[in-house]
Design a binder for this molecule. Structure first.
Ligand SMILES: Nc1ncnc2c1ncn2[C@@H]1O[C@H](COP(=O)(O)OP(=O)(O)OP(=O)(O)O)[C@@H](O)[C@H]1O
Ligand SMILES: [Mg+2]
Length: 297
């Protein structure tokens, strides 16, 4: 099993990774597809990237050709035991790209965690040991607002909400933002919402256009509000519906392995650039900042 990058490889002053939770309590909206392919795009762009599967469906690993076996530790071990160091759980998928797999038993963790004090902080505490090993950490959340998702929000800097441009998505978004606000106020004041990521987008649909316009107006209302989504927006470009994105995991591949020239690859590459451009200069190129002393400015 390949390990996480050695502790000594990043500069000693390396800043912590940017942590992004991909979250939507609605199922099948593109969370896992986006986590895998944004992660791959960040890695190809030179960022040391960790993706963490927080979903008992454990679909994320499929994109990397990983077949789970019963003896291999998973993210469940991260929650249920502190005997294994986080680094023991991290596997390398591609150059610059590592992942922590999940398994179906993670579903049991929800109930077990509910009995533990401080249960919202477990993920943040357990991944603290590897946070300076990476430039960016992506969290693939399950389709619920339960304990696993709250752990992701307690750890994250940013929330990205994969969704479709449909009227009901806006209603779900409001519910999700309520949860973000609760976590922001009670547990994680640095948490903010980067925006909505449109997946399986059909730009010709007039309903879709109307919903995107409504989402743009919704976020514009909150500029300067002090709420965690005051800087959020509909992220551009949308990810177009592209069959190659659905096919790639069945070959154990990311879109950049499977069809690097297709529209899906272009969209995720552009989105990764868009997200990076929003980070402060320090965060945009953390390793360079650390080595040039920009961190002090
Ligand atoms: N842009 C796209 N074009 C075509 N198919 C897509 C696209 N994005 C995602 N899909 C497909 O849609 C389905 C749902 O996507 P995905 O598994 O990423 O959603 P999810 O939000 O993670 O689901 P869940 O809530 O069950 O975890 C998958 O079959 C995936 O391959
Ligand atoms: Mg998923």
């Amino acid at each position: 099993m390949k390990r996480a990058p050695a502790k000594s490889s990043p500069p000693p002053t390396a800043p912590p990774a940017r942590v992004i939770a991909l979250l939507n309590q609605k199922g099948g909206v593109g969370k896992t597809t986006s986590t895998a392919n944004l992660g791959a795009a960040f890695a190809l762009g030179g960022l040391r990237t960790l993706v963490v599967d927080l979903d008992p469906q454990s679909n994320l690993s499929l994109h990397f050709g990983h077949e789970p076996t019963p003896d291999q530790p998973t993210v469940r071990d991260l929650f249920m035991s502190d005997e294994l160091a986080a680094r023991e759980l991290v596997r390398q998928a591609r150059p610059n790209l590592w992942f922590i797999p999940s398994d179906t038993e993670l579903a049991l963790v929800e109930g077990e965690l509910a009995l533990q004090p401080n249960m919202q902080h477990i993920l943040a505490q357990r991944l603290a040991g590897v946070i300076t090993d990476f430039d960016v950490i992506l969290l693939d959340c399950p389709p619920s607002l339960g304990v696993l998702t709250v752990n992701a929000l307690t750890f994250a800097d940013d929330v990205v909400v994969p969704t479709q441009a449909q009227y009901l998505a806006l209603r779900g978004l409001e519910k999700l933002l309520e949860t973000v606000l609760l976590v922001n106020r009670a547990l994680n004041p640095k948490l903010c919402v980067a925006g909505v990521l449109l997946c399986m987008h059909e730009s010709q649909s007039s309903h879709g256009k109307a919903v995107v316009e409504e989402m743009d107006q919704y976020f514009a209302k909150y500029r300067g509000s002090g709420l965690p989504w005051q800087d959020a927006s509909v992220l551009r470009p949308p990810v177009r519906r592209n069959i190659k994105l659905a096919e790639a995991p069945s070959f154990g591949q990311t879109i950049f392995d499977y069809a690097p020239l297709c529209a899906g690859a272009a969209d995720y590459r552009a989105l990764a650039n868009e997200l990076r451009a929003r980070w402060t200069p320090l965060r945009e190129n953390p390793r360079e900042a650390a080595t040039t002393g920009a961190a002090a400015q």
